[in-house]
Each structure stands twice: as structure tokens, then as C-alpha cells.
Design a protein around this ligand. Structure first.
Ligand code: ZN
Length: 294
């Protein structure tokens, strides 16, 4: 290699500058695709804050317009179908979802997502907020949607309608107290639904969000298996089930960077659930997944 030539050096500097610009553009694009209905407030850090600085944060700002579009997309979907398993199958979009947090594992999951510029949606358990409320706030501030995974992670179909309502409402209150937007997405613990709990969620403006790809990370099958389940199982519109709480998540942590790069290598773009609904809404019949360990 002719490393001594100034021309080569200059060209390399130009190439490096172009690469940096491309990287910056990619990051800006990734920020733009973050979507989310995270909380407002001046103390934001992370990608959402950078987006707010780039796009402004007042009326009509990029972030605000995107949040409004996200909220509209959820509203549109919930008005036509009570629950979803995936997005539309026509666009190469996939949504990573994390259940059962906030927990001691969440900050490291968030760190990886932010480093990779990877959008995701968090289905949080209200009862965890007393111990990990500040963690949930950090997730919301970074622009990631906080969604409702009930207060106590119980089998909803076994509860009375009033207890079901309380499970939903207490969790939504916890999310709002942590700075999250009023949740408009609900994932039933274990994927267990009955008419009454689905109606209760829909009545509160929440779409029931199931999944079509289970990484089985809760079984701790090893990081390789978790990666394979996610990357090989993903199809256009897939909603991928993972966990940031509910037990030792070291395998999930180890798998996550490889899942992100593996999905991107297959041509998928990562989006939040609301973004998925906006850009590639679910179509037709949705076959529910087998009741599992959400
Ligand atoms: Zn769960």
C-alpha cells in the first residue's frame, strides 16, 4: 500500500469524512425510525434528545410529528382489530419487544439498543416500578415506548373484570408516573387473553400486542439459540418476543447485538410497534401464538 503518498492520505481523509457523514446520516435515520411515545421533559438523554435537538421539540417538530403519527397508527389499528400478532407482511420491518422489566438488566439492554441505534418496545410490569422506576424513566427518556404488561403479571383470564381493570390501570399509572406517555399498547402476561381483558384494554385505548417470533430467551437455551430463533424466525412484519426482566437475562444480553446485526444483514429495519403499525399495518387474519411465557 502507498501509505506515504499525500494524495492517498488526502483521499483517505476524504473517504473517512464521507464515511463519518454516512454514519451520521445513518444515525439520524435510525433516530428518525425510533418512533415511540416516550415521555416529554427537558431532562432527556440519548437518541431521542439528539433527535429533539436536531428536529426541535416545539409544535410541529420532527419528534412531535412522529409521536403524533405513531399514536394515530395505534388508534387506527385498535379501531379495526382488537389484537395483533405481527405487522403487515409486505415491508422488511421487524419489531423487537422486551417484556417483564424494568429490572436490573434493563440498563444494559438499553445501552446496547442505544449504541446500535436500534428501536424497541418495552412491555413493563407496574409492580417493578417501585424498585426500578428510574430505569423505566431512562427508557422513556431515550424515546423507547413503555407499554403495559399489567401490574402483577398474573393470568388475566383467571381474574374478575374489576381485577383485570385494576391490573391495567395500576400499570398505566406507574408508566405515567415514570414519565412515559399514557400507554396505548398492552401485552397480556403469558399471552393469555379472554374477551373481557381484551375489551378492557381496547376500552382504554390499548391495542393487544402478541408476537409471531418467540426467542425462548426465558428458557435460557444459550445465546446462540436465542440469536437463531430471532434471526431465522423473523419475517417481514415480525414481532419478536424477548425479556429484559423476570430472571437472569445474561443470555439475552449476549444475544442482542448479534440479533440486531443478524436482522439488519437480512435486510430488515428495526422499528417500534407504533412505527410498524404506521408503516406496515397488519392485514387480515392474525393467528395468535401459542400461550407462552411473555
Ligand atoms: Zn411477561
Amino acid at each position: 500500500m502507498r501509505v506515504s503518498s499525500d494524495g492517498v492520505h488526502q483521499r483517505r481523509r476524504r473517504v473517512a469524512a464521507v464515511a463519518l457523514l454516512a454514519l451520521a446520516a445513518a444515525i439520524a435515520w435510525a433516530i428518525g425510525s425510533l418512533g415511540g411515545s416516550g415521555g416529554g421533559g427537558p431532562e432527556h438523554s440519548g437518541f431521542a434528545a439528539r433527535l429533539a435537538r436536531i428536529g426541535g421539540s416545539g409544535d410541529g417538530s420532527l419528534r412531535q410529528r412522529r409521536e403524533a403519527a405513531d399514536a394515530e397508527a395505534v388508534k387506527r389499528t385498535v379501531s379495526s382489530m382488537p389484537k395483533i400478532v405481527s405487522g403487515g407482511r409486505g415491508a422488511p420491518l421487524v419489531a423487537l419487544t422486551f417484556d417483564d422489566g424494568p429490572s436490573e438488566w434493563t440498563p444494559r439492554i438499553l445501552e446496547i439498543l442505544e449504541r446500535e441505534g436500534a428501536p424497541a418496545t418495552f412491555f413493563t410490569v407496574g409492580g417493578m416500578f417501585s424498585a426500578f422506576g428510574s430505569t423505566a424513566s431512562a427508557v422513556a427518556s431515550a424515546g423507547y415506548p413503555l407499554a403495559n404488561h399489567t401490574w402483577g403479571h398474573l393470568q388475566m383470564p383467571t381474574l374478575s373484570p374489576s381485577d383485570q381493570a385494576s391490573e391495567l390501570d395500576r400499570a398505566s399509572e406507574a408508566i405515567k408516573s415514570a414519565g412515559g406517555a399514557t400507554p396505548n399498547l398492552y401485552r397480556p402476561p403469558f399471552g393469555a387473553v379472554d374477551d373481557s381483558s381484551v375489551k378492557a384494554a381496547n376500552k382504554r385505548g390499548m391495542l393487544v400486542v402478541l408476537w409471531d417470533v418467540d426467542t425462548l430467551d426465558w428458557e435460557r437455551p444459550g445465546a446462540d439459540a436465542i440469536v437463531a430463533n430471532a434471526v431465522e424466525g423473523a419475517r417481514p412484519g415480525s414481532i419478536i418476543l424477548m425479556h429484559d426482566g423476570g430472571g437472569d437475562r445474561s443470555e439475552t444480553l449476549a444475544a442482542l447485538p448479534r440479533i440486531i446485526s443478524g436482522l439488519r444483514a437480512k435486510g430488515f429495519r428495526l422499528v417500534t410497534i407504533p412505527r410498524l403499525l404506521d408503516e406496515s399495518p397488519p392485514q387480515g387474519e392474525q393467528t395468535p401464538p401459542p400461550v407462552g411465557q411473555a
